[in-house]
Design a protein around this ligand. Structure first.
Ligand code: PEP
Length: 251
């Protein structure tokens, strides 16, 4: 039985004043039956960890360097994030792949850095609009899974988020059938590569314009173990509704 996960990615949003959202989230879900993760910007990681010390909310980083330390101005390493108290680090988000030209090899190296630091990677993959329209979605997913996911994957160190690029921040969401097709394909691919125990244990999230209105429908899809949420994770009142929908899907 895979434990469900609701992960929020604040991206480059949030000043210290926003940390109160974490208090509200923790108090709204004191006995959460799913994992709740917030990935704030790097400046807020340490205070967010302190703020959630006694709560059901875990904190994650949004990215890390492949190296442990060195002359890489502006970058943050996985051991630094671990030292600050995170449990998770997002790797391969499409905004990093686009804005910073990160390749599957980079994502694989970053994911290995996350694992070496003893943390869990929330690894993102997903097709562009042009690839979806050209009917290349499953080929893209197969390629990204093969090249971005390192060999030492386990149910504990890896969560995969299927995030179609065209659905991120656009209000567009794939049909349940389209999400179902990709999640089934990811599950079968992971089973083939890692065997049934690991392949069945790795959690698969859907991400892309998830909100309080569409979450319940998305969470009925068999291989969807939760969501990676951008915009709707910024306010605890919105994210809390998504968490509740996920908890009810457990029942
Ligand atoms: C994301 O950036 O991972 C994301 C899913 O964003 P949004 O929910 O805003 O589409």
């Amino acid at each position: 039985m895979r434990r469900k996960m609701a992960a929020g990615n604040w991206k480059m949003n949030g000043l210290r004043a926003q940390l109160g959202e974490l208090d509200d989230l923790g108090s709204a879900h004191p006995n959460a039956s799913c994992d709740i993760v917030i990935c704030p910007p790097a400046t807020l990681v340490a205070p967010a960890v302190a703020r959630t010390k006694d709560s059901t909310v875990s904190i994650g980083g949004q990215d890390c360097h492949t190296q442990v330390k060195g002359a890489h101005t502006g970058d943050v390493s996985a051991p630094m994030l671990a030292d600050a108290g995170v449990t998770y680090i997002i790797t391969g988000h499409s905004e990093r792949r686009q804005d910073h030209h990160e390749t599957d090899d980079d994502v694989s190296a970053k994911t290995q850095a996350v694992w070496a630091a003893g943390l869990t990677s929330i690894l993102c993959i997903g097709e562009s609009k042009a690839q979806r329209e050209a009917d290349e979605t499953l080929d893209v997913i197969a390629r990204q899974l093969a090249a971005s996911v390192p060999q030492d994957a386990s149910a504990d160190n890896l969560v995969i988020a299927y995030e179609p690029i065209w659905a991120i921040g656009t209000g567009l969401v794939p049909t349940p059938e389209q999400i179902d097709e990709v999640h089934k394909f990811m599950r079968a691919t992971l089973q083939d590569r890692f065997g049934d125990q690991i392949g069945n244990g790795i959690r698969l999230l859907y991400g892309g314009s998830v909100n309080a209105g569409n979450a319940s429908t998305i969470f009925t899809i068999a291989d969807v173990d939760g969501a990676l949420v951008g915009g709707a994770s910024l306010k605890s009142s919105d994210f809390s509704q998504i968490i509740s929908a996920l908890e009810h899907s457990n029942a």
